[in-house]
Ligand binder design. Structure first.
Ligand SMILES: Nc1nc2c(ncn2[C@@H]2O[C@H](COP(=O)(O)OP(=O)(O)OP(=O)(O)O)[C@@H](O)[C@H]2O)c(=O)[nH]1
Ligand SMILES: [Mg+2]
Length: 298
């Protein structure tokens, strides 16, 4: 009889290294939002992978970075709290970027953890590099620290996505199923919705604005006169008055596009028609304000 394994893995790495995209690819469903902007992920998001002989829970974490705000510090705290609790860690480094000080900084911490938790080196985004570049990156990564395993993967073209899951599962302890069949994440619906709105809002904004955006879902209500319709009330926060105009766009056009794009995703998630009531508000310098951070869930 084969033994049933269950437990937790987390992906860590610099911002923008493809952790969330890889999490979604392995889970086979979009549990975490992704974007081309660094520091997209702000919570430890659990994605659940159910197999006949195992249950793997992947915890996607924010990118570890040098913090410039209280939010940044909180995000790093989330990473460190997560990797000290999991059964196996996947350290993500993209194939198309030279290993730099940011990666080495993370590796130095992982070396200490690797005494009791296996660390797997993951070279991500292999579709962006040649065979030789991938081989060189694997070698370079091996030079940074000692890994329990080393594996290249592309979440975009699907190369080795299952193999990464196999490697992680092989490091899990024997144990029972932890989440019920069919569950893909334990994120509350309101959080998933807020994240989908934030993802839509990140699209196309530049410079510091992505960091300044936060979204809360205040209420999800059944519409009385229409069974197939939900009203979702959400707030999109920026940090300064001047940012409000950028998010709204000319005559509110940009916000309408963001709302329409988010609504389509929310409808797919909930399997119901949605009317999205989205309002832009200013929460002055919220990234640096402990009180406002708490209100926004950090
Ligand atoms: N070509 C290619 N692009 C990828 C791949 N995986 C991720 N990306 C892109 O890389 C960018 C960052 O991806 P994310 O998954 O959001 O990265 P992350 O590590 O979760 O970033 P943070 O949450 O900010 O730490 C996005 O534009 C993705 O589309 C891949 O396998 N191939
Ligand atoms: Mg992410």
């Amino acid at each position: 009889m084969t033994t049933y394994r269950s437990g937790f893995a987390c992906f860590v790495g610099r911002p923008n290294t493809g952790k969330s995209t890889l999490t979604n690819a392995i889970v086979g469903s979009k549990v975490a939002i992704t974007s081309s902007k660094p520091q997209t992920t702000r919570h430890a998001i659990r994605g659940i992978v159910q197999r006949p002989d195992s249950q793997l829970i992947i915890v996607d974490t924010p990118g570890l970075h040098r913090p410039r705000t209280l939010l940044g510090q909180r995000l790093n705290d989330v990473v460190r709290a997560t990797w000290s609790e999991v059964d196996v860690i996947g350290f993500c480094v993209p194939a198309n970027e030279k290993i730099g000080p940011g990666d080495k900084f993370i590796a130095a911490e992982l070396v200490k953890l690797s005494r009791h938790t296996p660390v797997v080196g993951v070279v991500t985004k292999t579709d962006t590099a040649s065979k030789n570049q991938i081989a060189d990156q694997l070698m370079a990564l091996q030079g940074v620290m000692e890994f329990a395993d080393l594996i290249p993967v592309s979440a975009v073209d699907g190369f080795q996505v299952d193999a990464v899951a196999d490697v992680l599962v092989s490091r899990l302890p024997e144990g029972p199923q932890l989440y019920p069949d069919g569950e893909l994440t334990d994120e509350p619906e309101a959080t998933l919705i807020a994240e989908l709105i934030r993802e839509a809002a990140l699209e196309g904004v530049r410079d510091e604005l992505p960091h300044s955006i936060a979204v809360t879902v205040e209420e999800i209500l059944d519409r009385e006169e229409r069974e197939d319709m939900l009203d979702v009330y959400a707030n999109l926060f920026v940090e300064r008055d001047s940012q409000k105009g950028i998010v709204l766009g000319h005559k509110g056009e940009r916000l309408r596009e963001v709302g329409a794009s988010a609504r389509r995703q929310i409808e797919a998630l909930l399997g119901s028609k949605v009317y999205l009531h989205l309002h832009v508000k200013v929460a002055k310098d919220w990234q640096r304000d402990p009180k406002q951070l708490r209100r926004l869930g950090f």
